[in-house]
Design a protein around this ligand. Sequence first.
Ligand code: URA
Length: 218
Amino acid sequence: MAERDRVARYVSLVDAIRKCRKCPLHLHRKNPVPGEGPLDARVMLVGEAPGRREDETGRPFVGAAGHLLDALLGLAGLKREEVYITNIVKCRPPGNRDPTQAEIRACLPYLLEQIDIIRPGLLIALGRHAGRTLFSLLGRPWRGLSAEHGVPIRGTIKQLGLEVEVIATYHPAAALYNPQLRSVIEEDFRGSIREEASKLLAGRGRDARRGRSLLDFF
Ligand code: URA
């Protein structure tokens, strides 16, 4: 897709998310949180839903879980500026409750459109809602995070004709309060996530950074 078309499609997606009233979450939000990162990112991270700080700022993973996520990305040899970060639902559930299945279903077309615009090679699901949703896009049964975390799954998102790798891991917020989970999530980032990401990014000339492009400013 030409850079100009990709940017135009993304701008109209963000506009649709800002105006969205497809589920009751719009009633409580201060700001929807579409996501951010370069539109040609090879790695996309998918969290659960915006929290309080994200709702205030309109940006994903800027609170305590976001600080941990930055450190985890470092373990995988990744920088925040080179990955695209979004969530399964784009508006904050009141009181940080879990999103409902109806809310996830209503928001899913936005995630599919993001994936189709960016066409990443690796999707990292953060937490069980993201894991279950991304596995369902591949038509894979979901056996829970303790069985699925850290294991790369290759499959095709049929709606998009896109072959991708999916790795599910625990949500950084869960790891903040549970030191045992923290070491599991760190191992996933240091292990399979680092390995799969470095295969995708090899040969991209990341040190000799490509020229800045419009695709970088989202
Ligand atoms: N937790 C999430 O799942 N997403 C965010 O953006 C922030 C916290």
